[in-house]
Design a protein around this ligand. Sequence first.
Ligand code: SF4
Length: 357
Amino acid sequence: MIEMETDTEKTSIFSLDFATLEAWLKDHKEPKFRAGQIFDWLYKKRVTSFEGMTNLSKDLRDKLANNFNLTTLKTLTKQEAKDGTIKFLFELHDGYSIETVVMRHDYGNSVCVTTQVGCRIGCTFCASTLGGLKRNLQAGEIVAQVLEAQRSLDEVEERVSSVVVMGIGEPFDNYDPLVAFLKTINHEKGLNIGARHITVSTSGIIPKIYDFANEKLQINFAISLHAPTAEIRSKLMPINKAHSIEKLMDAVRYYIDKTGRRITFEYGLFGGVNDQREHAEGLAKLIKGIKCHVNLIPVNDVLERDYVRTSKEDIYKFEKILKAHGVNVTIRREQGHDIDAACGQLRAKERKDETRG
Ligand code: SF4
């Protein structure tokens, strides 16, 4: 295992997006172009000490070492499924743990990152929210998940080609670090992952959808909708009581107007709750006229909850009804079945103390 320079009192250098690093350099009487060199060391050469940044002056290397750390993450477990999916359980400097999943597709490798330790949104189907929110991740801790995934893929000479922000936590509940993270992984001198290959998914914190629309990031945007009506959504996602489905649709329309981008609605199918004909009809009506795509997700049983999987037959029926209404729809392929790949399952199993309220 690679030894990192660690000092938990200092800010992680990975928390600084490119513009912030340039501003820091200016404040410390260093030329701006050094930011490009530093990013090159961090994200291309992936050095493990400031000393290793050999084209910087000794003075600047010392300044960096005095102000920042290069800590990444300690791997607690790494599981690999038969289909190639890799699931990491990482330990943070304060002992909390987070999950990161690498999914292997024909078209590339996708990393699913976590943004918070736990979550306070309280979706009733989700294991990740059982112990509430412990703390937000720093931007550098989110960036480090992608870096560690890349280190693992380095062993087979492959690269991370896309990133999905759909792991544990509500990204918009940790907004500024999320945006810094997105800028860093997208930056040509950072991990250089194209905006069209990055997806952020939210449970629907409405004011942040407006803020996000104004960020001018051309990334993919998904909303966890999961219901055609306020009543069903409130049952599955209590956030609906504070951020109503009607206002959510207004925010979605604003987002599409502002960015010109199509959005994705994630729709988890729960047996008998939201997976019948009337629900499909209701969903088609709700999203009529919205430039969108619907992703149907066959949801795993959650042991701690009473929800059951929708049968294959009902999944296809649901899809057929949406298609008949002209909705652009796909069914998400499941990966990593044999390694607890659904959100929060590994952490819930390994760290019972953290995930119980
Ligand atoms: S589904 Fe996402 S937003 Fe909802 S409780 Fe789980 S982690 Fe939080």
